[in-house]
Design a binder for this molecule. Structure first.
Ligand code: HEM
Length: 242
């Protein structure tokens, strides 16, 4: 990515941009040198391994890798003969292959995740606010956000492209909520009760989020804190930290 960006800048009038962005050019060249060092160590190791593997019809003991096909390629050269790929070409092709394998390659698929949560065939009384249902005991419905036992909810996506930060996110959320619960007392504000109906903003939020009174002893100015949006949560967190 970094190098693609560099190339883009230097494709425009190279004679000028090379001088204008000397440091950036040097960074790009350093990154390429480092990439070549990393890739060539692996490519050479694979080349050696391939040499040592006896050529036999039964190839089950030697899995053919992408880089093996690159070793076999012969390109026409200027003298009318053929040549193998150069080290630079091998490195570029391997790096493109890696990016292609990890970039999104298919069409977009949209799931109606909200509908999944309201599915009565999957959830008992789905419209009821019942966080206990997620507790890990025998009577609860259980929760599996990884989708490995079956997909009944997918806040982090599912399958190969499932959120890479799932573990970190869950840990932080649990830690964040558990600390708020432990450090503060939360009371509903009479006459200002929660309304779980949906309101569409950037995301779908509660029509009327929980208004909570946080006792004076925990927050110096005795403010009421409105939960339901990221900003208010972070406000509570900063007050706690100060
Ligand atoms: C509550 C917090 C989070 C939620 C709800 C969430 C949700 C998601 C969702 C729905 C996707 C798309 C999955 C798909 O395409 O099928 C995703 C992808 C991703 N998330 Fe998160 N995420 C959270 C936090 C994080 C954190 C903290 C990190 C990093 C530390 C992170 C890193 C990523 C990455 C790298 C991807 C792309 C994975 C890929 O395409 O292979 N996420 N996340």
């Amino acid at each position: 990515m970094f190098m693609a960006y560099q190339a883009y800048v230097f494709a425009f009038s190279p004679a000028v941009t090379k001088r204008l962005f000397r440091r950036r050019l040097q960074m790009g060249l350093d990154a390429r040198r480092r990439q070549k060092e990393l890739f060539m160590a692996l490519i050479d190791a694979r080349r050696e391994r391939k040499k040592l593997t006896p050529k036999k019809k039964d190839t089950s003991s030697f899995e053919h890798a992408y880089v093996d096909t690159l070793f076999d390629i012969k390109l026409p050269n200027e003298e009318g003969g053929s040549r193998r790929l150069t080290d630079d070409e091998l490195v570029s092709l391997c790096s493109e292959f890696l990016a292609a394998g990890t970039d999104t390659t298919g069409a977009s698929v949209h799931f109606t995740v909200a509908e999944m949560g309201r599915d009565e065939t999957e959830w008992e009384r789905p419209m009821e606010f019942s966080p206990e249902r997620f507790l890990p005991d025998d009577n609860s419905e259980g929760v599996d956000v990884t989708g490995s036992k079956g997909i009944r909810m997918m806040p982090f996506g599912a399958g190969r492209r499932i959120c890479a930060g799932l573990g970190v996110a869950m840990m932080h959320l649990e830690y964040f909520v558990a600390n708020l619960m432990r450090e503060f007392e939360w009371h509903e504000v009479p006459g200002d009760e929660v309304d779980m109906a949906e309101r569409h903003e950037i995301t779908t939020v509660m029509k009327k989020p929980a208004s909570c009174l946080v006792p004076r002893r925990m927050i110096p100015r005795g403010l009421g804190v409105r939960l339901g949006g990221w900003f208010s949560c972070s406000l509570a967190f900063r007050q706690y930290g100060s």
